[in-house]
Design a protein around this ligand. Structure first.
Ligand code: SAM
Length: 304
């Protein structure tokens, strides 16, 4: 195995030390970086967005495998290093920006459905996953390395403690496949936990729902809100948490009792037991109950 002997030396020569706040755990093995690029199943025509170029461990094999790379990096020390060394391939556009602030719509207008590859900094893995969910109609695939716990949450089954908001919101717009497990010894500095590479495919959601066409993005409009409210208190029943969301209160001029009755009606119409806990509700069932709440509100037949 060829070690990226230069990881430590390069940082030292440039007066750089790995920064914890930027989640800097650099890959040290060339063969591992190449397997991650292969696992993304990319083609020579693809333009790919890489999040967190770092010392270029993934960027170099990625640039060889695809047409063009937009490489985002937040750390000005790393940007300076690449400018001085001129060590990135010609088909890499190095962009000094925080990926969380990047305008994915603008990128989509420029290059079409987005393909992402990242050894994600642990510091941003959750907000980045939610950015992907919010922009799912602009995306094709995202192959990302995550800390094991985060990856486990994305593929969790109902009834487990890992199952929750990210599992459901992502599962409604994509399918998630675990590809590789990496030990701490693959990185410099070593993280405390294992990492997992997952491939998220936005062209084939884990579930289908009548009328859930990705092209037109017609997931029930209240779906993310219903899921977030249901999980705001995991130990409560779905009737109690969703009633607390007050979906019907506006039309009912604040009548809490009627609001609870209508919430119960929506839950039962979706085929669910009102005393079930949120972690036992499947993605399809959440979609169904959100659709029924939306229908009841917009039907205009609710009055105080
Ligand atoms: C885990 S390291 C991976 C570096 C390199 N791709 C590798 O595999 O060795 C994460 C990289 O993302 C950069 N980074 C951290 N937060 C970022 C953000 N919000 N936007 C863009 N890059 C970020 C870090 O500076 C670091 O270079």
């Amino acid at each position: 195995m060829h070690k990226y002997g230069y990881t430590r030396a390069t940082l030292k020569n440039q007066g750089l030390a790995p920064k914890k706040r930027f989640g800097q755990n650099f890959l040290v093995y060339k063969s591992t970086a190449e397997s991650i690029v292969r696992s993304a199943r990319l083609s020579k025509n693809d333009t790919v967005i890489e999040v967190g170029v770092g010392l270029g461990a993934l960027t170099v094999p990625l640039a060889r495998a695809v047409h063009y790379v937009y490489g985002y990096e937040i750390d000005s020390g790393i940007i300076r290093l690449h400018k001085e060394k001129g060590d990135l391939p010609a088909n890499v556009n190095l962009i000094h920006n925080d990926i969380l602030k990047a305008d994915l719509k603008e990128l989509h207008n420029e290059i079409g459905d987005l393909i992402i590859l990242a050894n994600l900094p642990y510091s941003i893995s959750n907000p980045f996953i939610f950015k992907l969910i919010d922009n799912h109609t602009l995306l094709s695939t995202a192959t990302v390395m995550l800390q094991k716990e985060v990856a486990d949450r994305l593929v969790a089954r109902p009834g487990t403690k890992e199952y929750g908001i990210p599992t459901i919101l992502l599962g409604a717009c994509a399918s998630v496949e675990k590809l590789l497990t990496l030990k701490p010894s693959e990185f410099h500095p070593r993280p405390k936990i294992d990492s997992i590479v997952v491939r998220i495919d936005f062209n084939s959601p884990a579930v289908s729902f009548p009328g859930n066409s990705l092209e037109n993005d017609i997931l029930p409009p209240l779906f993310p809100r219903v899921v977030r409210i249901a999980f705001s208190q995991r130990r409560k029943t779905v009737l109690n948490t969703l009633s607390g969301g007050g979906f019907f209160l506006k039309q009912l001029k604040g009548d809490g009792r009627k609001n609870k009755e209508l919430t119960r009606q929506a839950i039962e119409e979706a085929g669910l037991n009102p005393s079930i806990r949120p972690e036992c509700i499947t993605i399809e069932e959440f979609m169904r109950v959100s659709g029924i709440i939306t229908k009841l509100i917009s039907g205009g037949d609710i009055s105080a």
